[in-house]
Design a protein around this ligand. Structure first.
Ligand code: PHE
Length: 453
């Protein structure tokens, strides 16, 4: 089956297929590792409130914009902007997206590889092989990082090679429900343990005095990353969407699922940290704040799992890292699909060849990062914290002032008759023209100033 504009390019087979694939892209390390870490880093529940505002008032409108541009043109981000803006200037936004996608994927693969290494680390540590466990659990071990990065890339390329409905749609349909299942079982278990109640309180009781510009910046960056916005992933996924599907409701589902999974992941990780604390594991750093960043998930939780002990501890720990790996996989395929779709559409390269070429280039960068994981921070700064909001802001400006919201609404009306009269669509048009670019602009300028200062 094909879209009317681009025969033979592939489409999602069902409405649920698109929603699951887009939710699969959104739900990833950003939710299960990034979100709880950010919550811990930014003083608990106050962060959640600002994050929600960013997702609903900025993220959702940008997501609708991206999907609409993708479905209208039936193209990759570069082709899509070119099609809507013959001057060629808009294509720059698409090229920026392709670049950000490749660069984000390169560090994303390294962290994703850790999840696989930790599955082995946990098995070895539970069977008493401490030497082996410490080799697999050493985040700074270059050769080990490189091996698992390659393994993870092979999974990613394998799925992308399968194409849109046979590869991406089929994989996410199985992986996403499985992920939710493991997450809920684990929360059920952690909440029965001593100390979890303190964690739940920390997680849910906001201290409004903590809300400041820094926290807002982190929340906005996290929202873009977590919702997979600003680099054309949803333009690409939207390009495989059939004309009879409702963009507004699909985007809303994806946003809600992403928020819920992040919230649930926090409900697991933050209480788990306090359980660990009750058991004597250090969860506060020298500065008295909760341990955050990489250490949170990759050092505190394995110790907790070890304390649970026995086969139950093993099952829980392996499930957790498997879950993290699966969530990362459905996101890494969307990161790879953007440059691959670009090469297929614009350079007429067959899918398999395109994924091997792009996969190979990304892998070289990822292997360099494997040996110097300090680079991850720089990549996050440039391509995630600056790159994604910049791409998102330019997308808003492009849609509202070059392509025009009226044209976008005509596209949205296919699959949503009466869209033009709905309050939701009118509010969206207002937000995408004014509120979103201004808010993102403020965050963008402040982030750049913070980084160069
Ligand atoms: N949203 C993914 C996550 O939360 C990461 C991602 C960013 C995927 C940008 C695609 C595009 O982990």
């Amino acid at each position: 089956m094909a879209t009317s504009e681009n025969p033979g390019r592939g489409t999602w087979n069902s409405k649920l297929g698109f929603i699951l694939a887009a939710a699969g892209s959104a739900v990833g390390l950003g939710n299960i590792w990034g979100f709880p870490t950010q919550v811990a880093d930014n003083g608990g529940a106050a962060f959640i409130i600002v994050y929600l505002v960013c997702c609903i008032f900025v993220g959702l409108p940008v997501m609708i914009a991206e999907i609409t541009i993708g479905r209208k043109t039936g193209k990759n981000p570069v082709g899509a902007f070119k099609a809507l803006d013959p001057s060629g200037f808009g294509a720059m936004i698409g090229y920026w997206g392709v670049l950000c996608g490749m660069m984000i994927l390169s560090f994303y693969l390294v962290i994703s590889g850790w999840t696989l290494a930790y599955v082995i680390e946990q098995i070895l540590s539970f069977t008493g092989n401490e030497a082996g466990a410490s080799w697999f659990g050493d985040l700074g071990n270059g050769p080990k990082n490189a091996i698992f990065t390659v393994v993870f890339m092979l999974f990613t390329v394998g799925i992308i090679n399968g194409g849109v409905s046979n590869g991406i749609e089929r994989a996410t349909k199985v992986l996403m429900p499985f992920l939710l299942f493991i997450l809920l079982i684990m929360i059920g278990y952690v909440l029965t343990l001593e100390g979890s109640a303190i964690g739940v309180r920390e997680y849910l009781m906001p201290d409004f005095s903590l809300i400041d510009m820094d926290l807002t910046l982190s929340a906005m960056g996290q929202a873009f990353f977590s919702l997979s916005l600003g680099m054309g992933a949803l333009i690409t996924y939207g390009s495989y969407l059939k004309k009879d599907q409702n963009i507004m409701s699909s985007a809303t589902y994806v946003t809600v699922v992403d928020i819920i999974i992040a919230f649930i992941a926090g409900m697991l990780v933050i209480p788990a940290m306090y359980v660990a604390f009750t058991q004597g594991i250090a969860i506060f750093g020298d500065d008295g704040d909760l341990i955050s960043s990489v250490s949170l998930v990759f050092t505190v939780l394995p110790q907790l799992f070890e304390n649970i002990g026995g086969s139950l501890g093993l099952v829980i720990s392996v499930s957790f890292f498997l879950l993290l790996g699966l969530a990362a996989l459905t996101s890494s395929i969307s990161l790879l699909e953007v440059p691959v779709a670009y090469v297929i559409d614009e350079h007429k390269v067959p899918r398999k060849k395109a994924s091997l070429i792009i996969g190979g280039i990304v892998l070289v960068i990822a292997i360099i990062i494997s040996f110097d994981i300090g680079l991850i921070d720089h990549f996050v700064n440039i391509f995630n914290e600056i790159g994604l909001p910049l791409g998102g802001m330019m997308t808003c400006i492009f849609l509202a002032w070059v392509w025009k919201t009226g044209n976008a609404i005509v596209e949205i009306e296919q699959g949503y008759p009466g869209a033009a009269e709905s309050g939701f669509t009118k509010t969206w048009a207002f937000f995408i023209s004014y509120i979103c670019p201004i808010l993102i602009g403020i965050v963008f300028v402040t982030t750049v100033l913070n980084i160069i200062r």
